[in-house]
Design a protein around this ligand. Structure first.
Ligand code: ZN
Length: 229
């Protein structure tokens, strides 16, 4: 994708333009540039990055993005296609379904992810898992490992991705150094989706099903008992 600032101080984007998960309304949406640095200033000062203010097409709130500058020229100041989000959407999860001890830990894990701190997210995910294993016992830990295997085959995860997940969630702090693999944006993203699914399968699904069953029993009409004999 080519993205550049024209001599008329306008931002040009090819194909779909700029889209992201809005930090305000949490919608996957397109953005419209509302404040673009001046072409002349960029060419004169030659900064490494250009900051642009956009407006979310869904909710109208401002979103600030930073782009690395690729080149300066008389016709265009070319920007890198990848941008840095200054404010990221908060990751959501129905946290109250988790056992009490794990709630705060996973809440912080999600905050780390939203802040783009991938390794902090990995560490807090491991602490969340440790708290859950303690709560569920050895049997529950084995069940969670089975669920992880299931997710692996459904999502068709390769061996490298899976071994990172296994090491983060099922590794021990007493393993030889480094006892946790280093995470980047991609592996943290995979870990997030897997954590969500793992916790959903283990806690949320069961609790919601139980609630629904209780509700059905409560609203079911009283059965008429046929008088026999
Ligand atoms: Zn929005």
């Amino acid at each position: 994708m080519s993205i550049y600032v024209s001599p008329q101080d306008e931002l040009h984007t090819e194909y779909q333009g700029v889209a992201l998960n809005c930090p305000h309304c949490q919608t996957m949406t397109h953005l419209t540039a509302t404040a673009v640095p001046r072409f002349e200033d960029l060419n004169r000062r030659r900064p490494k990055h250009a900051g642009i203010v956009f407006r979310c097409d869904a909710c109208g709130e401002p979103v600030f993005l930073k782009f690395a500058v690729k080149s300066f020229g008389p016709q265009r100041v070319e920007l890198a296609a990848h941008f840095i989000e200054i404010e990221r959407a908060r990751e959501q999860f129905p946290i109250t379904y988790l056992p009490a001890g794990a709630q705060d830990l996973f809440k912080e894990a999600l905050a780390c992810y939203s802040a783009g701190c991938w390794n902090a997210f990995g560490s807090m995910s491991r602490r969340t898992a440790q708290s859950l294993f303690r709560e569920l016992g050895e049997r529950g830990k084995l069940d969670m490992f089975d669920t992880l295997q299931e997710i692996r085959s459904i999502a068709e995860l390769d061996e490298a991705s899976f071994s990172v997940l296994r090491a983060v969630l099922f590794g021990s702090d007493s393993d030889p150094w480094p006892n946790q693999p280093a995470l980047g944006a991609e592996s943290a993203g995979i870990l997030l989706e897997v954590m969500r699914d793992l916790l959903y399968q283990t806690f949320v699904r069961k609790a919601r099903l139980k609630q629904a069953m209780t509700f059905r029993r409560f609203v079911a009409p009283a059965q008429t008992v046929s008088a026999a004999g």
